[in-house]
Design a protein around this ligand. Structure first.
Ligand code: 4NP
Length: 161
């Protein structure tokens, strides 16, 4: 990609449920808005249990039903370089945000926050971990992620020339 003007990294624990969903939804919205080439978009996990794995089959199926394709995503663990390469790093929940704050290099100028900061109409602050729950958890992830990604895109758009 040719020097994108924005860069966003979505972060959860395993990088197989919530953050790949956010990556796929946000990429879809950015593409629809004609902005995919101008925003670097990726996801990572704070844990390394699933490195190299595709997204959870339940997350892929729920996303597919809403028109989002997560199949090409592979799990990876966040690395120190991410704090230099992304200007916005958004965690799915407080635990992951605390983890990010703990490992951020002192030289990092990346802005850290929660994805749901961009869904001000919602009372929830965290995207709940759906891994050990039922199908409904994945639908809830999509509802929350969708709303926040739309808000995030609006915000970034305002800052693009
Ligand atoms: P994620 O969900 O953080 O949304 O990808 C999880 C995936 C795997 C595990 C926990 C959460 N795990 O413990 O393996």
């Amino acid at each position: 990609m040719d020097r994108p003007e924005h860069s966003v990294l979505f972060v959860c624990l395993g990088n197989i449920c919530r953050s790949p969903t956010a990556e796929g939804v946000f990429r879809h919205l950015a593409r629809e808005a004609g902005l995919e080439e101008r925003i670097r978009i990726d996801s990572a996990g704070t844990g390394g249990y699933h490195i190299g794995a595709p997204p959870d089959a339940r997350a892929m199926a729920a996303a597919q039903a809403r028109g989002y394709d997560l199949a090409a995503i592979r799990a990876r663990k966040i690395a120190p370089e991410d704090f230099e390469q992304f200007n916005l790093i958004l965690a799915m929940d407080e635990d992951n945000l605390v983890h990010l704050r703990g490992i951020a290099p002192e030289t990092s100028r990346a802005r850290l926050g929660l994805l749901l900061d961009y869904a001000p109409g919602r009372q929830e602050r965290e995207v709940p971990d759906p891994y050990y729950g039922g199908r409904n958890g994945f639908e809830q992830v999509l509802d929350l992620v969708n709303e926040a990604c739309a808000g995030l895109l609006e915000e970034l758009r305002r800052n693009l020339p």
